[in-house]
Design a protein around this ligand. Structure first.
Ligand code: SF4
Length: 303
């Protein structure tokens, strides 16, 4: 696996989990809004050995509870499933970020039970997907990945693989049992259990590509029971197209209210804005949005 970035601590990349993030090199698409264009192009010269990541997880066990494998597109990497398995053996939760182009690899990882969470981008309605990714997009392939994620999100009964992690080994050692079989690093066996992952679908939204109509089409693709998030586009040095525009805080607030009327598990992620004060100017402190606050949708805005 080619890892070109290693963020040792994040509170946002893996919902509810203190996690590190690795960024793999290379992607088959060139999304105009991509925040990691050098990773997308595969030109990032940095290399982080897998062993360094595993050693970090071992060292920080109990403090870092998860790892997010992001990119680039991780499913293009050789050895992805094995790397995730090594992370599971340390005893951390594993999240995969994917563009959905490889249901084969996602299935392989799910069957190996090395994933706890999958986040998949659903960027546009399928008919116009190629416009945003600047490449070929196969609707059947993407839908297959979506269906697979939803299937494992509902849960399937499996012979659960019990990864004997370092905590278990230490517990064995503590019982003066360091020479026993339990102290060896190996699978501890199997048992019948419901294997169920957490998941989300998400869309990075830009004024040039997304309006309410496109979002409603995407909602049909992800289905009524799937967690779904809108994320605002933000320009940075690393995006391909700096002419793109995200939505304003007020527009996001309105969009959040609207989408909740359309889908019971949808919202705008990271919604923050400053409260208006008497004269219409904004307070300095950013405050987290009070979800459900009454807003008025402006049809003329076209989103
Ligand atoms: S946003 Fe994701 S799918 Fe698109 S180019 Fe970047 S890494 Fe690839």
């Amino acid at each position: 696996m080619i890892i070109s970035g290693f963020d040792k601590l994040s509170l946002v990349n893996f919902p509810g989990v203190v996690a590190c993030t690795v960024f793999t090199n290379g992607c088959q698409w060139r999304c105009s809004f991509c925040q990691n264009s050098t990773l997308s192009l595969g030109t990032d010269p940095n290399r982080v050995p897998e062993d360094e990541v595993i050693a970090y997880l071992e060292k920080r066990k109990g403090l870092v509870d998860g790892i997010c494998i992001s990119g680039g597109e991780p499913t293009l990497q050789h050895g992805l499933t094995e790397f995730a398995r090594r992370c599971k053996e340390v005893g951390v939760r594993v999240k995969l970020d994917t563009n959905g182009t490889s249901p084969r690899v996602v299935r392989e990882m799910l069957e190996a039970q090395v994933l706890d969470y999958i986040a998949m981008d659903v960027k546009m309605p399928f008919e116009t997907y190629s416009k945003i990714v600047n490449g070929m997009a196969d609707a059947e392939v993407l839908q297959e990945t979506i269906n697979l994620i939803k299937e494992y999100g509902r849960g399937i009964e499996v012979e659960k693989i019990l990864y004997e992690n370092s905590y278990a080994r230490e517990a064995a050692d503590a019982k003066n049992d360091s020479n026993s079989e339990k102290s060896e690093k190996k699978s501890a066996g199997t048992e019948k259990e419901l294997y169920k992952i957490d998941y989300e679908f998400r869309t990075t939204i830009m004024k040039e590509f997304h309006d309410k109509k496109t979002i409603e089409e995407i909602l049909k693709i992800v289905g009524p029971d799937s967690p779904y998030y809108l994320q605002n586009f933000e320009d940075s040095d690393y995006v391909f197209d700096h002419s793109l525009n995200g939505f304003s805080d007020d527009e996001l607030k309105e969009l959040d209210t609207w989408i909740k009327t359309k889908h019971k598990h949808a919202s705008v992620r990271g919604l923050k804005w400053t409260d208006r004060i008497g004269d219409g100017t904004r307070a300095d402190d950013e405050k987290v949005c009070k979800i459900g606050e009454t807003t008025t949708f402006n049809e003329d805005r076209g989103y």
